[in-house]
Design a protein around this ligand. Structure first.
Ligand code: FFO
Ligand code: GTP
Ligand code: MG
Length: 458
């Protein structure tokens, strides 16, 4: 189905080598043709060709730009509609002028995500694939973009469709049972088959949900905070991990005053790394605010890297903080291993279950161990995006949680010999909830809301 023609600038607006105005819809060729002068008109050229010519203002015949116009006729296109892409020199002024000309001659300004929305509405991709496109654009590491790319190509969709098919098979059996209620043995066989199959579906939904934490980390980054007393080497660690000298490092205790945030790739896991002011009591107003921010960052962190100085004894302050943090998201880093040992490591090990890593950032040792520990803690070792299906999207997670409880209800009912049509209701509900992930029977409002989060021109 071809809808009214939309147009937008599909490249970042700024100085660049090339900028593209993209048109999609029923009149894309006609509108582009009014503005284009070349050896052939655009409706004469073959589909999927790019053609040299000029854009003119038809009212004045003034030449506006020298361009290459790509013509792609439906249905083998991104939107399944006719598409024309006008490739211009990358000037902001001209690209805007060409956009305006397309609008003046019959196109409507595209909304954010509207090209991808059309790909969805026209059935080329499902909703989870469309969401994958956006995740792909936003992904911050190679691994994260692999996860998004898998989703974009339909990995989650195929998985969900498989689960739905299996629920349909169960429902078909249940239907037989409802049609022939007088045969007891049919009922027994049905319940047995139902329970067996429903358990399998349930366990797969469970696996998907388990992957969701990892998926979200891949997409948004693992919120990681580096904390500890002043001067232990927190900023040095940040600099080492990002391989840059972003944070100021000096031998003065109290150097870092404000939060510094950087993304870094650790064994394929994106960390949103936060360097903080060393925590201590201080009368310095600026440092005080910094320390307060450190404490807030500590509370919000998913992973805490608590840095200690091998050269200094453990203090009450350290103990107070370490006692207050959760068990499963802390790694203790004993830094300055090159200096004399004055820290009672035995006491630390006795007091806390936290994994301990020993480093000398100045000598560059131990940081590999730290990276391995992080991967182990959050991904049980290797990051395996290449061959597994990750849930990474809050909408999907919410739906799968609901599907999980619906299939649980179905299983419980079946076990308690509740009338089979009650079980049927829960199975249908599970099937419907899974359908929403791929965009079946979702409301127009939801679709609008989802696509409005996209970039302009996508
Ligand atoms: N110039 C340009 N580059 C681009 C895009 C674009 O729209 N324009 N893309 C988008 O933003 C991405 C490419 N994605 C695309 C995905 C599907 C189809 C497409 O035409 N699919 C058809 C048939 C494909 C075929 O010939 O086999 C289909 O699935 O039916 C095109 C682009 C990245 N690069
Ligand atoms: N000997 C030794 N010195 C180190 C090591 N790591 C960092 N340092 C030094 O320790 C001093 C403090 O380092 P920073 O990274 O600024 O420490 P910080 O924890 O960020 O300190 P504040 O920002 O003040 O809280 C600097 O002089 C570093 O060069 C190490 O492994 N060994
Ligand atoms: Mg610092």
């Amino acid at each position: 189905m071809q809808l009214e023609t939309i147009s937008s600038i599909s490249t970042p607006v700024g100085e660049g080598a090339i900028a593209i105005v993209r048109l999609s819809g029923i009149d894309a060729l006609e509108i582009a043709n009014k503005l284009y002068r070349g050896n052939k008109t655009l409706d004469e050229v073959e589909s999927h060709t790019i053609n040299y010519g000029h854009i003119i203002d038809p009212d004045t015949e003034e030449v506006v730009e020298e361009v290459m116009a790509a013509v792609m006729r439906a249905p083998k296109t991104y939107t399944r509609e006719d598409i024309v892409e006008i490739n211009c020199h990358g000037g902001i002024n001209t690209i805007n002028r060409i956009l305006q000309l397309t609008l003046k001659h019959g196109a409507r300004m595209a909304e954010p995500g509207e090209f991808t929305k059309r790909a969805f509405l026209n059935g080329r991709i499902d909703l989870s694939q469309a969401e994958g496109v956006m995740d792909f654009i936003r992904s911050k590491t190679t691994e994260a973009s692999k996860v998004a790319s898998g989703q974009m190509q339909g990995r989650l969709k195929v998985y969900i469709e498989g689960l739905r098919q299996r629920i349909l098979n169960i429902l078909a059996q249940v239907e037989v049972n409802i049609d022939y209620p007088e045969y007891d043995d049919v009922e027994e066989a049905t319940t047995e088959f139902l329970l067996e199959e429903a358990e399998k579906v349930k366990s797969e939904i469970g696996d998907l949900l388990k992957s969701s934490r990892q998926g979200r980390i891949m997409r948004e980054g693992l919120g990681t905070v580096i904390v500890g007393k002043p001067n232990v080497g927190k900023s040095s660690l940040l600099n080492y991990l990002i391989q840059d000298n972003k944070a100021i490092v000096t031998e003065v205790a109290g150097t870092t005053r404000d939060i510094l945030e950087e993304y870094v790739n650790v064994n394929g896991i994106p960390l949103k790394l936060v360097d903080t002011a060393g925590i201590r009591d201080t009368d310095d107003i600026v440092e005080k605010i910094g320390v307060e921010r450190s404490r807030q960052a500590l509370e919000q962190a998913e992973l805490i890297l608590y840095v200690l100085n091998n050269n200094e004894e453990l203090t009450e302050g350290d103990i107070e903080i370490l006692d207050s943090v959760k068990e499963d998201n802390v790694i203790l880093i004993i830094n300055k291993l090159d200096l004399e040992n004055n820290l009672d490591i035995g006491e630390l090990e006795e007091r806390y279950d936290f994994p301990i890593v020993k480093t000398s950032i100045i000598e560059g040792t131990g940081v590999d161990d730290l990276e391995d520990k992080i991967a182990e803690l959050f991904f049980g070792g290797a990051v395996t995006s290449a061959d597994s299906t990750y849930l990474s999207n809050n909408r999907h997670i919410g739906l799968l949680e609901q599907a999980n409880s619906a299939i649980n209800d179905a299983i419980d009912s079946a076990q308690m010999d509740v009338p089979i049509d009650i079980v049927q209701i829960d199975l249908v509900k599970t099937w419907e909830l899974l359908g929403e992930v791929i965009g079946e029977d979702v409301s127009e409002q939801l679709i609008d809301q989802l696509f409005s989060q996209f970039c302009l021109g996508k």
